[in-house]
Design a protein around this ligand. Sequence first.
Ligand code: NAP
Length: 251
Amino acid sequence: MAKTAIITGGSRGIGRALSLKLGELGYNVVINYRSESSKAKSDEVAKELEDTYHVETLVVRADVSKYEQCEALVKAAVERFGDRIDALVNNAGITNNCNWIDIKPEAYESVIATNLMSFLHMTHLVLPYMVNHSSKDEQCVICNTSSVGGLTGVINQADYCAAKSGVIGLTRALALEYAAKGIRVNAIAPGMIMTDMLRGVNQDELNALAATIPEGYIGDVSDIAGALEYIFTAPYLTGQIISPNGGFVLQ
Ligand code: NAP
């Protein structure tokens, strides 16, 4: 029987690469997006998954910072693929770039809601559809996108770092809680990866950023997809934080 995976923020950037990797691994993929402008991108990812990997897809619009919209997303997935969910990739994320005096509460509440609360909501809602069939021989997998910001501090990113550290705590606690049920929970903590999140930064600043990375360059979404593949295919791996970052956190 084909397995089902849900990915939040799966239409572009790192999420797009992870959606395609899920298809390559043989999963039917539920691709979530939030912005109207990402509808067409989600449909393109779905078509590429169907054409290349011959898996089935479902595209669902939902703002995962809101519990009710997470509920609707999971309901749509269950209606389409049945009440066995095999994998969840929590990937949706946003950033602010502001010092902690000038930042507005609405701005940091939004970062926490998107980058941490959505992960709590989605795992809370999906776990019942995993524990109903998971076992040592038929594992389910949860993969959370954290960040090097969750491992170190980043100036003007206190809210983001708080959320991404929270994701690491969530990952370790759920890994412990569900290991015996055959559900593995791991996180990827990317270093700097070239996506829309960095595209607003001018070339001089990008060069300066690259110079702070021991490997000397900004990573690619394929680096994160490679980490996802490792997590999905490593049955003895749980509660771990894999960080493809070019050596960034070694300094
Ligand atoms: P991106 O290109 O800006 O993509 C962000 C994704 O998150 C989009 O698919 C977006 O969907 C989705 N999203 C945002 N808010 C959402 C919401 N409320 N509900 C549903 N989806 C939502 O950024 P990215 O670099 O690929 O980031 C992906 C993940 O990697 C994030 O968790 C980010 O924090 C993490 N990360 C990135 C880097 C980096 O250097 N790029 C480094 C470390 C960690 P829409 O397009 O529909 O809005």
